[in-house]
Write a protein that binds this ligand. Structure first.
Ligand code: 5MM
Length: 341
């Protein structure tokens, strides 16, 4: 493990005006996304779709620092035979890999899940490193509801994140640590704040026990938002203020950067929130995006599985990447969205 090298990679992942494209949908998730646009999910359609994203030269060169890939994608080649990893590298972005194996019900904890994938992880990390992965990602999922999350769920997921992060650092791969508090419930933003605070404090406690050097890691948290079914919506300013407050209370200064997930926010909400957070600023970390849905919903709709729509889909992706790149600098303006429309 070379910590200086890991730190350099972590800083490159949160470079000014750039963020991470989360394209690591598992086979089940991408099938759902494709169903919504009337596309059959096959190895070829998944390859074609992801190839169009990675070949969006403007977006990739100027606004995307790294791409999180799925196991299938890191092994795939483009139609012309070029490995997808190479296409990403040629744009100057870093290839990364999702290494968790998804969630399973947590025993004796109805409604709660634990992320699996630690068995054999060291060997898989070595294999992914040989495929070119510079960073990895593991996502823990915490739901808010009546009586949940439980202590067991928060603790078990924090411990798994720490084990994963330690193994990744040991193998010379920067771990993205992703503890996600879901926004599915009817809870308000204050409850989201309290659960996020509990989760982040537990994660950094476990990372400390696992001796993970934080300089070689990146945090991927949720923002502090109202649950989707909550009657009262926190304003953009409130989301920004609460998100910064919880990060300041929980995240050590040694962490080089924080790249938020979008978690089901609309495209424009995710951009507006990131922008408002960066306008307040005054924190020791770079704050950027690591969006899946908020970067891909528009290009997926524009593509709809048709080769003749590839250009339009690339324009839609480039627009969202540019908007979020500006938000990462606190320079986004709502008018820019209207102009593009
Ligand atoms: C790309 O979406 C990922 C989904 O993975 P699964 O198929 O295993 O559920 C997800 O982990 C993603 O990397 C992050 O949560 C960010 O995505 P969003 O859509 O929340 O920005």
């Amino acid at each position: 493990m070379n910590l200086a090298e890991l730190h350099k990679v972590a800083l490159a992942m949160v470079a000014p005006g750039k963020g991470i494209l989360a394209a690591d949908e598992s086979t089940g998730t991408i099938k759902k996304r494709f169903e919504a646009i009337g596309v059959e999910s096959t190895a070829d359609t998944r390859r074609d779709y992801r190839e169009l994203l990675f070949r969006s030269a403007d977006a990739m060169r100027h606004h995307i620092s790294g791409v999180i890939l799925y196991d299938e994608t890191i092994r795939q080649s483009a139609k012309d035979g070029t490995p997808l990893v190479k296409i990403i590298e040629q744009t100057g972005a870093l290839p990364g890999i999702k290494v968790d194996k998804g969630t399973k019900p947590l025993p004796f904890s109805p409604g709660e899940v634990i992320t699996e994938g630690l068995d054999g992880l060291r060997d898989r990390l070595i294999e992914y490193r040989n495929h070119g992965a510079k960073f990895a990602k593991w996502r823990a999922v915490i739901d808010i509801g009546a009586g949940i999350p439980s202590h067991d769920c928060v603790n078990a997921n924090a411990q798994a994140l720490a084990r994963y992060a330690a193994l990744s650092v040991e193998e010379g791969i920067v771990p993205i640590v992703e503890p996600e508090v879901l926004m599915d419930g009817d809870h308000d933003a204050e409850r989201c704040y309290l659960v996020t605070e509990w989760l982040l404090k537990s994660v950094y406690e476990q990372l400390y026990y696992a001796r993970v050097p934080l300089e070689g890691t990146v945090l991927k948290p949720n923002m502090v938002v109202s649950g989707k079914k909550c009657a009262t919506r926190a304003s953009v300013e409130e989301v920004a203020e609460k998100t910064l407050r919880v990060l300041k209370a929980c995240v050590p200064v040694a962490v080089p950067g924080i790249a938020f997930l979008s978690g089901g926010q609309s495209d424009e909400e995710a951009t507006a929130h990131l922008d408002a957070i960066n306008r307040i600023g005054g924190v020791p970390w770079k704050l950027t995006f690591s969006y899946g849905r908020a970067l891909q919903a528009a290009p997926q709709k524009a593509w709809a599985g048709r080769p003749e729509n590839v250009g339009r889909a690339q324009m839609a992706f480039t627009h969202r990447a540019r908007m979020n790149g500006l938000a990462a600098l606190g320079q986004w303006k709502a008018e820019l969205e209207k102009k593009a429309a």
